[in-house]
Design a protein around this ligand. Structure first.
Ligand code: GUN
Length: 292
């Protein structure tokens, strides 16, 4: 089975739009997301553009704030503070990566955790890890949503996560072992220093690949019947494309897919779900679902 992230994301955005219409019709406030984009990184430009489009599809108000790459950390922090205090803004994000002269951690920690719809603030990360209501970061939450909507059993399963980043691997591990569904899995995290990575993968019922190396997961690493979730989105030069590149997953899809009970393609798998998760968090922010 191919897990269709694009169709799932479209369905969820329609559900959100319906709820927003109901909220607005009954006199409630239309959710408002702001995004700060620094510089002109190609990937970031695309992501932020798609976030603005998704806001429109969901019936949200959106505000895009742009800075050149030479903006000072001080100026950026001033804007974060202003957004923290602006009652009309329900949630906001600062698109990463930031230029090297700016501390991403300082910026993340300056965001009011009650408006941190990216779920990157240590308060949200900490609350997630102990199972309290909070904003969960977009990629892990998108993957959970796919597992939920495709009725993939995770309880008691051996889940191997490839990658230990703060935005995917680590939170994914935390969520897959949480005492609820999806979750209740036996989780192993493999990374660049793991010595038995292939063997671990071969024993996995669920593999979540988030290492950023194209076609890293090959057929000999996958147990027949396994579920494979591919988080990779490496841009590979491709002169036959208008954009000049194509997206390449961490999984050798053509050879792995025939073995799997379920697999996400790239593109069209996890990718579309991430923005969708951000939209869900923004709706929660508008409803003051987690925090007053
Ligand atoms: N850069 C890559 N992924 C993300 C994300 O989820 N949020 C933000 N703000 N920046 C990113």
């Amino acid at each position: 089975m191919i897990i269709d992230g694009k169709a799932t994301a479209t369905a969820i955005k329609a559900e959100i739009a319906e709820e927003v219409a109901r909220i607005v019709a009954s006199g409630g406030k239309r959710p408002h997301l702001a995004a700060i984009l620094v510089g002109h990184d190609g990937g970031s430009e695309t992501y932020v553009k798609n976030k603005v489009i998704a806001c429109e599809q969901c019936g949200f108000t959106s505000t895009l704030i742009r800075y050149e790459a030479d903006v000072t950390e001080e100026e950026l922090l001033r804007k974060v503070d202003e957004l923290n205090r602006n009652d009309d803004i329900d949630g906001f994000i600062v698109q990463l990566p930031l230029p090297r002269h700016i501390s991403e951690q300082r910026v993340i920690e300056a965001i009011d955790y009650r408006k941190d719809v990216d779920g990157f603030h240590p308060i949200n990360v900490g609350r997630m890890s102990i199972g309290l209501p909070c904003y969960i970061s977009a990629t892990p939450n998108g993957i959970l949503e796919l597992l939920r909507r495709y009725h993939i059993e995770t309880s008691g399963k051996k889940c191997v996560i490839l990658g230990r980043s703060n935005i995917v691997g680590k939170p994914m591990a935390t969520l897959m072992m949480q005492k609820r569904q999806p979750g209740d899995a036996t989780v192993t995290v493999c990374h660049s220093h793991s010595t038995n990575l292939k063997e671990e993968c071969r024993q996995a019922d669920i593999i979540i690949a988030a290492i950023g190396t194209p076609h890293f997961v090959t057929a000999d690493m996958v147990k027949p019947g396994a579920v494979v979730i591919d988080v990779g989105t490496t841009r590979v030069p491709d002169s036959t494309r208008k954009s000049g590149y194509r997206l390449c997953g961490d999984v050798d899809f053509d050879n792995v897919a025939p073995l799997c009970s379920a697999i996400t393609p790239v593109p069209g798998g996890v990718g579309p779900m991430t923005i969708c998760s951000l939209m869900k968090n923004t709706l929660s922010a508008g409803k003051k679902e987690f925090y007053q």
